[in-house]
Ligand binder design. Structure first.
Ligand SMILES: Nc1ncnc2c1ncn2[C@@H]1O[C@H](COP(=O)(O)OP(=O)(O)O)[C@@H](O)[C@H]1O
Ligand SMILES: [Mg+2]
Ligand SMILES: [Zn+2]
Length: 346
């Protein structure tokens, strides 16, 4: 998958120009804050940037090691590789969405007093930081205020209002706003040149138009169009147009079975790929399920399904996805899933 394969691993590869400059200048100055708050929607590079930062300050070959004038991580030394593989003893990632309590945070605080093992800094990355409980935040407060000199905290959040002001005011805030067209264009060029893809300018512009300022979406669209060999403008337009309408779920909520089946038929006729469609639909439904259960506060399209309906749909579409491999006609498993859902509604 392009979006994983081309996850930025150096400062230079961060296509978000604003963030790239902030991080570069900070690392260059060597005047590092004790704590950061990375703020921004999913897929904007918070985790990638946190790892690049941790690698830069701990790399054994760059200017932090006195081995070169560059602050870029080398991505080859044992510290860089350890951080990339999440096996570094000095860099810890805590996902607050699943470990939100006082015990995990206390453990982290206890850990923070130890000197780094193989690097120069211990870096604690706390993802979805807004999910941390009130008590756990309080426990963290003092450590974030005056951590040992070799400790850096990086808190990442999609929801800054839920992070207590007391914590926010002790962190250096970095905004990962939505990507500009120039930023996304830079990413597309980075990928196409490495993949040796010739991307016509009109298709490049079309991807920008349909990717809704998300690096991740743009990388996915590029991959779909390339794999399906739709680098002809008319074909690409039709394909993205149909795909972007994304109204199969809307139709299934609001219209008769016949209309949903007609939509699928048109999608297939226009060269749509059932596998991609199902992946996209499953991802959207899962998001809805997480939002409905208070696990995520992401702001995404709501199709109006109840939790029960979402669960039914997830089951049916997962089953359809599994059947794709053995079905001689890819549309069939999808059509069966759709019809069964209508049958359940009756
Ligand atoms: N600044 C960026 N430049 C290029 N690609 C990016 C950038 N930020 C995110 N991406 C793409 O989005 C994917 C998810 O990024 P990630 O760092 O996990 O974001 P977050 O933690 O904000 O959700 C990456 O694998 C990469 O393909
Ligand atoms: Mg992340
Ligand atoms: Zn290195």
């Amino acid at each position: 998958m392009f979006y994983l394969k081309y996850r930025p691993r150096t400062i230079e590869e961060l296509d978000n120009s604003q963030v790239r400059e902030i991080i570069f200048n900070m690392l260059q100055s060597k005047n590092l804050p004790h704590a950061f708050l990375y703020i921004g929607p999913k897929g904007m590079g918070k985790t990638s940037t946190a790892r690049i930062f941790a690698k830069s300050v701990n790399c054994l070959n760059n200017s932090y090691a006195g081995k070169s004038s560059s602050v870029e991580p080398c991505n080859r030394c044992k510290n860089c590789l350890g951080i990339d593989a999440s096996s570094s003893a000095d860099v810890m990632e805590l996902d607050a969405a699943s470990n939100r309590g006082i015990e995990e945070v206390k453990k982290l605080i206890r850990e923070s007093i130890f000197a780094p093992m193989t690097g120069r800094y211990r870096v604690f990355i706390i993802d979805e930081a807004h999910m941390i409980t009130h008590d756990a935040f309080n426990a963290l407060l003092k450590t974030i205020e005056e951590p040992p000199a070799t400790v850096i905290f990086i808190l990442a959040t999609t929801n800054e209002e839920k992070v207590p002001i007391t914590i926010q005011s002790r962190c250096l805030r970095v905004h990962f706003g939505s990507a500009t067209a120039a930023d996304i264009s830079r990413m597309l060029k980075r990928i196409t040149s490495k993949e040796k893809i010739t991307l016509p300018q009109e298709i490049h512009d079309l991807i920008l138009q349909y990717s809704e300022s998300s690096f991740r979406d743009a990388a996915k669209l590029l991959e779909e169009l390339t794999i399906q060999n739709k680098l002809d403008l008319d074909e690409a337009k039709r394909y993205l147009g149909i795909r972007a309408k994304q109204n199969l779920l809307h139709l299934m909520k609001k219209s008769e079975a016949g209309e949903s089946l007609a939509w699928i038929d048109e999608y297939i006729k226009n060269g749509g790929n059932v596998k991609y469609l199902l992946e996209d639909i499953l991802e959207r439904l899962r998001k809805q399920l997480l939002i409905k259960n208070g696990i995520s506060q992401e702001n995404t399209e709501d199709f109006g399904f109840s939790t029960k309906e979402i669960t039914q749909l997830l089951k049916l579409f997962t089953e359809a996805y599994g059947s794709l491999r053995i079905s001689p006609i890819p549309a069939i498993p999808l059509e069966i899933a759709v019809i069964e859902f209508y049958n359940l509604k009756q």
